[in-house]
Every structure is written in structure tokens, then in C-alpha cells.
Design a binder for this molecule. Structure first.
Ligand code: DQA
Length: 146
């Protein structure tokens, strides 16, 4: 069994299900975790699924993933638009990172059009709601170091 794929979630994603469902959908983060576990199992992988509202905790988890994960799916949420620390953490690791967003930030407010994470990730999946996570997992499994 390969090392797990880490699925890391940033600020306010704990509120999914009730947070602006017209933008982010009706699935809770727990629903998304279950979808990720099922998708990963179908791909022969396991997931470590976490969420934090704290930038430093996400940095710690990326540092950990550098040795403990075969690949990372990262929804940095708002920190994608602001965090040089996340950019540096991704640049410091060999493990592939796939950026993931429920909504399509490029179709939204101008302040969402820049992503530090996009500058460091292998690629980005956005705009497909909870399905973005499954598509990002497909990509991550394809890139996973064994
Ligand atoms: C998000 C998009 C971000 O712009 C926003 O700050 C989020 C969620 C998404 O999944 O669509 O919190 O990452």
C-alpha cells in the first residue's frame, strides 16, 4: 500500500454545508471526506483528511506530508490568495501538491484571481464543487510517489 494522500483543507471549510451553499454546495466537509475516502480506495490509496483555520498548522502538515504522504490535495481556501508561507512550504517539498477549490476563483472577485499556491502546485482543479476533490485525487494518485 503506498503512503497516504494527504487532503488538507484551509480556513472556513469546516463550515461547508451551511456556508454560502449557492457557491460551495450543500455537502459538509464530512461528506467530502467520505467521498475522498471512497475515491482514494477505488484508486488503491488511502487518505489522511484534515482541516485547519490556522495558517501555521497547514504549514506544519505540508512539512509532515513531505515525508509521510505520497501526494497532497490542498484546498488552501483564502490562504491560497495570501500565504507566502504556504508557497514556501510547497516549494520545499518533493511530494506533488494538487491545488483544489470547490468554486472557480477566476470567475469570482478580483482578489481571488491570484494564488500563491497555484505558483507552487503541480496543477489546480477548481469549479466542480465537491467533485473537484475527486478529480484532484485522480490527479494526485497519478502523480503519487511510490
Ligand atoms: C475556496 C475558494 C477561495 O477563494 C475561498 O476563500 C474559500 C474556498 C473554494 O474551495 O472554492 O474559502 O478555496
Amino acid at each position: 500500500m503506498p503512503k497516504p494522500i494527504y487532503v488538507l483543507n484551509g480556513p472556513n471549510l469546516n463550515l461547508l454545508g451551511t456556508r454560502q451553499p449557492h457557491i460551495y454546495g450543500a455537502d459538509s466537509l464530512d461528506d467530502i471526506r467520505r467521498r475522498c475516502e471512497a475515491r482514494a480506495a477505488a484508486l488503491g490509496h488511502t487518505v489522511v483528511f484534515r482541516q485547519s483555520n490556522k495558517e501555521g498548522e497547514l504549514v506544519d502538515w505540508l512539512n509532515e506530508a513531505a515525508t509521510a504522504a505520497s501526494a497532497v490535495v490542498l484546498n488552501p481556501a483564502a490562504y491560497g490568495h495570501t500565504s507566502v508561507a504556504l508557497y514556501d512550504a510547497i516549494k520545499a517539498m518533493q511530494t506533488p501538491v494538487v491545488e483544489c477549490h470547490l468554486s472557480n476563483p477566476m470567475a469570482r472577485e478580483a482578489f481571488r484571481h491570484h494564488s500563491y499556491v497555484s505558483m507552487a502546485a503541480v496543477g489546480t482543479v477548481s469549479g466542480f464543487g465537491a467533485r473537484s476533490y475527486e478529480l484532484a485525487l485522480d490527479a494526485a494518485a497519478g502523480l503519487a510517489a511510490v
